[in-house]
Design a protein around this ligand. Sequence first.
Ligand code: NDP
Length: 481
Amino acid sequence: MIRIQHFIDGAFVEPHSGTYFDDVDPAQGKPYAEVPDGDADDVERAVASAKAAFPAWSQTSAAERSRLLLAIADGIEREIDELSRIESIDNGKPITLARSSDLPRAVANFRFFATAILHAHSELHVADRGGLNYTLRRPLGVVACISPWNLPLYLLTWKIAPALATGNTVVAKPSEITPMTAFHLSRIVEAAGLPPGVLNVVHGFGPKVGPPLTGHPDVRAVSFTGGTATGGLIAAEVAPKFKKLSLELGGKNPNVVFADADMDETIKTSLRSSFQNQGQICLCGSRILVEKSAYPAFVERFVAAAQTLRQGDPLDPATEQGAIVSKPHFDKVMSYIALAKKEGGTVLCGGSPPGSVNDRCKDGFFISPTVIVDLPMSCRTNQEEIFGPVVTITPFATEDEAISLANGTTYGLSASVWTQNLARAHRVADRIEAGTVWINCWMVRDLRVPFGGVKGSGVGREGGEDSLRFFTEPKNVCVKT
Ligand code: NDP
């Protein structure tokens, strides 16, 4: 069995506890690797190493930091096929998705921030009389980067890359459910020549490794992506200590379809926004709202299309729907399907595991794409994040009603709006409570734009300038003139 290690102070080290837990391949439903059971002692070592590395790293020129981050990007790219396979095994996602989305994005994250720092500029404010102000932006020190299991390397590198680029040192904690590509990243980082202690990766269970890390007095900022409940715990820990905090949290995103939309394109993209990565993307549109006149035809076509998605072995390049990430998550998603039925929902397709996808995956955690109708917006199925291949479809009568349904949850991460009416598209985009609104598209990402959520979907923005600002502290210097 493969056994991975923490990466602390430039070396691969055993956990202080000496114990390991199983990493389960969700497509086969059985353990295939062992993960260090990290604890507060491991965190202490990692933070101490990051703290010791900070003075030299923060003084390293932008050109040299850029060179090293570009070398890491190249290192990931050289191994992209193998890393895609590793991500697919660890997470259950289709290998084709890992190869076309997760891994290229991890490369892009490093390249984007490695080059962004070469173009950094700062502000100058000249007073009418008597003063000239300029802003220094300095790295914070040791920062914690905590990421979830759904897009393991994609989201971890989204944090690590800007943190390192701006001169911070990092202690990263990947999800214990999908730690494998973070381990391989450590190897690539070492080979690229990043100085010891600049990046440390501590594995382990969130409740055991998380609090000692986020609460550590030498950790100056926490960048977290994960569930809203965990985000609340971290905020409670971090706020009284006045650390910088960025929280990218859950969503219950609306996908609003007006009758005048291009229905071929809407259905094709809505299929992706509902079920890509088995619906385990924070940006998935799990509530489809359809204008009444188009509702019957939309439901019929959408359900027919959902039934054509190729569910199968994640390692088969033809597979479109892979496995659910873990048995506990499989049980959670299934419990929501049972709840939806109890709440009066009609399951039009899916709702259960498929027949065995193949012999290798006979014990894996698979759920067929599930479409549910006949539920009020107020019910739990429509209010709580399920984070699986489950969507509801709800009709609306007017633009106002569409907006009120779209905004009618505690979340506000993203939304899609489908219409040919340009004025309406802008109007609705303006009124929807979300960090991102896509018009006639979904998941079109530009790394320069602000990314984050409102309401229960988080606090703060990352991406482009926002990431560079989050990972630095501005200092105003005023010179008498
Ligand atoms: P969790 O909140 O359970 O975990 C996220 C990370 O936090 C994991 O590394 C976890 O470790 C760790 N963690 C758990 N408890 C603590 C703690 N007390 N202190 C510090 N860290 C802790 O989320 P999931 O991994 O289940 O991911 C799914 C969630 O992430 C969904 O809600 C999804 O919407 C959200 N998400 C949000 C995105 C966004 O950009 N807004 C993007 C992607 C996902 P461990 O796994 O070991 O428990």
